[in-house]
Design a protein around this ligand. Structure first.
Ligand code: DGL
Length: 273
């Protein structure tokens, strides 16, 4: 028996945690942010895999039977290898799920033009994970990606609602829409980006829908637990959430408040073997 583990490179996964807890408040959760080594967005496949696996192992050691990679970069670069190469031999009774497939599943139903834009970190865009998943699930859909290298630093440095953010938000949106003016649906394929939503909506044509992920990941998880009662029965239901970070717990607590709009406490842990 144990909690649902939610992992992110830093704070961004808190937007996923919030969506999940809103939908499934009865379970216990453990959030782990690898803040000491964030951002992951520009790191290589091997390094993202190594760091993500360390975090998954830590969440397993904290008794989580189920771990959600609430980070697009980790989902794009590490999920498949963990599922195929690590779990079968080392933790066959545990499960690790990501955020890309659930988002790709829903987005095909939301676009009328079948032209979809993806805003994400450089790593997620380069991996082509969204293109591959969406084109597989919704054949005939055109997917265009745009990396937004300045958006995570704007959020991490608490500049997301300041006037300076407008330039970088508009610049990336203009670049995306210039690639394909038929886009009518945009995925925020990075867990930090929902904090920029007010600015994003300022610079997009009104008919373009923007999809933050939290709500859809929550729906997908609820569906997963219904289809997998053997996993659901292993989850404790105390409605609690514990927070762990690889950086200073004080810094985590202060920044997490921006994402969650509530006071929390965090514990520092070390990742790695
Ligand atoms: N949380 C990561 C994601 O969703 C972005 C932050 C990072 O680059 O580490 O892709």
């Amino acid at each position: 028996m144990g909690s649902i583990g939610i992992f992110d490179s830093g704070y961004g996964g808190l937007t996923i945690l919030e969506g999940i807890r809103h939908r499934l408040p009865q379970y216990d959760y453990i959030y782990l942010g690898d803040n000491a080594r964030a951002p992951y967005g520009t790191r290589s496949f091997d390094v993202v895999y190594e760091f993500t696996l360390q975090a998954v192992k830590k969440l397993f050691s904290l008794s989580c039977p189920l771990v959600i990679l609430g980070c697009n970069t980790a989902s794009a670069k590490a999920l498949r290898s963990i599922q195929q190469n690590y779990l079968p031999d080392h933790a066959p009774d545990r499960r690790v799920l990501g955020v890309i497939r659930p988002t790709a599943e829903i987005v095909g139903q939301l676009s009328h033009t079948k032209h979809i834009g993806v805003l994400a970190t450089e790593g997620t865009i380069k991996s082509q994970s969204y293109n591959l998943e969406i084109e597989k699930l919704h054949p005939g859909t055109t997917v265009v990606g745009q990396a937004c290298p300045m958006w995570v630093p704007l959020v991490e440095n608490n500049e997301f609602d300041k006037p300076g953010a407008d330039y970088f938000v508009k610049d990336s949106l203009d670049k995306l829409m210039a690639q394909d003016p038929l886009i009518d649906t945009i995925i925020l394929g990075c867990t930090h980006y929902p904090l920029l939503l007010n600015k994003i909506n300022l610079y997009l044509p009104p008919h373009v829908k923007v999809i933050p992920q939290g709500r859809y990941i929550a729906t997908s998880l609820a569906d997963y637990l219904q289809r997998h009662p053997e996993m659901e029965q292993r989850l404790t239901q105390g409605g609690t959430c514990q927070y762990f970070t690889s950086e200073s717990s004080t810094k985590f607590r202060q920044s997490a408040t921006l994402f969650l709009q509530e006071e929390i406490t965090a514990q520092r842990i070390t990742l790695g073997d």
